[in-house]
Design a protein. Structure first.
Length: 366
């Protein structure tokens, strides 16, 4: 059968933005290309997918250009779907095309999170967020099946959008395994953060807790912050400037780093630390566990279910509690325990398992 796919996020060319949804969609399609030997996939975009990437998906996946971009979901993609007649449409960007009354395809919708509904203060009140909310609400009400990437996301869909529980399936995504052939030379032991520098990541609290750790421990640790500033939290600069000069010297902001370097950063860090105020899943947390990097995480959102007892969970509003966690993770016995538990926990997540869930739903709708 023909399967239509919203592959719009794969149009990204900037390496710094190939995170989150991009990684989920890319790896899902790679795995579907391996396990599905009979269906044809039409990957709809309005900018061509790079040839090297498209090749990774295998011969049963074809990139179909639909233009113009303006009105794509409401007019041009729906019209193209009527022409192509797919049996199922995979809505992988938390948005669904408008279904005309003559449209006969079923929709499987993938949901990452609806944090913008619970925590609107984390987001700017611009047109893009308003559009994302409308798209998410429409997908939730239109899809025949919803796949949530965590139990927490499922709970939010039930509570906020009033979606019947039986129409929502939980399936955890996998995580990236990066080329591991470099050495990250860093003079001092360091704590590591990886992610976008946006408000929900709670980086100001992390910096304040790090300063308290330095003052109490007297240990020569650094804090390495890796990630893009496209959605920069303005409070980061304000809090950074309020820290002592000695603390400022120990905070290193690297910006974007290569995959090779990221693997080395995880392996050689004292701990991965992220007191996020909300995560729909948390790919970097699982990556860190895989590479033997102890994890300190927030006790909110999906993180307690993803990490369980394989990391230290803290109240993200309590900087003193976070500072104590930083102290604890430097203890050799605790560090060894977390490394062992984290590696074991990371084996519960994988792209093949995730793709098998999607494939099973496709088969049922066939």
């Amino acid at each position: 059968m023909k399967i239509g796919v919203d592959a719009g996020c794969l149009e990204i060319n900037d390496e710094r933005l190939k995170v989150g949804v991009y990684q989920v969609v890319k790896n899902l399609l790679i795995e579907l290309g391996k396990i599905d030997k009979k269906n044809e996939y039409l990957l709809y975009t309005f900018i061509p997918i790079q040839k090297d990437l498209l090749k990774q998906f295998g011969p049963r996946m074809k990139n179909v250009l639909v233009t113009p971009a303006k009105g794509w979901m409401k007019i041009w993609l729906p019209l193209r779907l009527i022409l192509d007649k797919p049996k199922v449409f995979l809505a992988l960007n938390q948005a669904a095309p408008f279904r005309f009354f003559i449209s006969s395809y079923k929709i499987i919708g993938l949901f990452y999170d609806i944090a913008f509904e619970r925590y609107p203060d984390f987001y700017s009140l611009g047109a893009s967020v308003s559009k994302h909310k409308k798209n998410s609400q429409y997908l939730a009400k239109t899809a025949d099946v919803l796949i949530a990437i965590s139990q927490k996301t499922k709970e939010d869909l039930i509570q906020i959008y009033k979606i019947p529980e039986e129409t929502i399936i939980v399936s955890y995504p996998g995580f990236a395994i990066y080329p591991d052939n470099t050495h990250y030379a860093h003079k001092n032991p360091y704590f590591l953060f990886v992610g976008a520098f946006k408000k929900s990541k709670n980086i100001p609290t992390l910096m304040k807790a790090f300063e308290e750790f330095l003052q109490k421990s007297k240990k020569p640790y650094d804090l390495v912050l890796v990630g893009g500033d496209k959605w920069l939290d303005p409070e980061i600069e304000q809090i950074f400037n309020s820290l002592s000069f000695s603390t400022q010297k120990r905070i290193k902001m690297t910006g974007y780093v290569s995959d090779n370097k990221l693997a080395s950063l995880y392996k050689e860090a004292a701990a991965f630390v992220s007191p996020s105020l909300y995560e729909g899943f948390g790919l970097p947390f699982v990556e860190a566990m895989h590479y033997g990097c102890p994890v300190i995480a927030s006790d909110r959102g999906s993180l307690p279910e993803v990490i369980k007892d394989a990391g230290i969970l803290v109240d993200p509003d309590n900087e003193k509690g976070l500072a104590r966690a930083l102290m604890k993770v430097t203890e050799p016995s605790k560090r060894k325990e977390l490394i062992e538990k984290g590696k074991k926990r990371s084996t519960k997540f994988g792209w093949k398992m995730f793709a098998n869930t999607v494939k099973s739903e496709l088969d049922q709708l066939a």
